[in-house]
Design a protein around this ligand. Structure first.
Ligand SMILES: Nc1ncnc2c1ncn2[C@@H]1O[C@H](COP(=O)(O)OP(=O)(O)O)[C@@H](O)[C@H]1O
Ligand SMILES: [Mg+2]
Length: 238
């Protein structure tokens, strides 16, 4: 299987402070992969490093057959690598439509923004109904969908999602995850999902990695990890 993302021995942190230690992981094309772990494990640090917001201390990141280890954040979307940060970070005083339009600021996507808007709203019909509403007035689930839709405007090859289930009611979590799965099937997309919500994340992904205190502890097929009694005990309260 061809890899869209390949991370080798990546270490990263804040200034001198190390957070991630020698991380090895990959995402195949068309695959949904989850990285799960407790609060403070280093999940956001991982996505910030992969998306160029934090500089790696050592190691390599290959994306779509190029070394992007030192690629700055503003160049990542153009290559097809887009992150949805924790909480979505929409502009609350702009409408849903204006937020979506901002997602297509990269030159490649700007040319057919109208078509892309139609396509993305087709994926998220609720946003079509709410397009003139201020983003700050959306419910938590709608806000998360809007943030994902905004990221989809630039036609990413790999979408990285930072805790999309955070703060959502269980029924909304299911809805958001079903949408993400549908997108992957219809859009030539791969997804790297980081989550504290271990059960849901493993259920929706094909493979998973367990991150503990900045180290990858275990990896495997998500179905195997879900049946692993250590993981059930530590992360799923079973
Ligand atoms: N801006 C920062 N400066 C210094 N340390 C940070 C910063 N952000 C996060 N950390 C530390 O890095 C570790 C991992 O945090 P984070 O990646 O946010 O974990 P997670 O997303 O898994 O909850 C934590 O110990 C946290 O305190
Ligand atoms: Mg986080």
């Amino acid at each position: 299987m061809e890899k869209i993302l390949s991370v080798n021995q990546l270490s990263s942190g804040y200034g001198e402070l190390p957070v991630l230690h020698n991380i090895d992981l990959h995402v195949n094309r068309g695959e949904i992969v989850s990285v799960v772990g407790a609060n403070g494990a280093g999940k956001s640090t991982l996505l910030l490093t992969l998306s160029g917001h934090l500089m790696a201390q050592s190691g390599q990141v290959q994306f779509d057959n190029h070394d992007i280890t030192r690629l700055p954040a503003h160049d990542c979307p153009e290559r097809g690598l887009v992150m949805v940060p924790e909480g979505g970070r929409l502009f609350p005083f702009m409408t849903v439509l204006e937020n979506l339009e901002l997602g297509s600021y990269i030159s490649k996507a700007r040319t057919d923004i109208k078509n892309r808007l139609e396509e993305v709203m087709g994926l998220f019909p609720i946003l079509k109904d709410r397009q003139q509403q201020l983003a700050g007035r959306l419910s938590g689930g709608e806000r998360q969908m809007c943030a994902i839709a905004r990221a989809m405007m630039s036609k990413p090859k790999l979408l990285m999602l930072d805790e999309p289930s955070l703060g959502l009611a269980p029924i909304m979590v299911d809805k958001v995850f079903v949408m993400v799965k549908q997108m992957v099937e219809s859009q030539n997309l791969s997804v790297l999902l980081v989550e504290q919500n271990v059960g849901n994340a493993l259920q929706m992904s094909e493979r998973g990695y367990i991150l503990e205190h900045g180290h990858l502890l275990k990896t495997g097929k998500s179905s195997d990890l879900l049946n692993d009694s250590d993981i059930q005990r530590s992360y799923m309260g079973l």
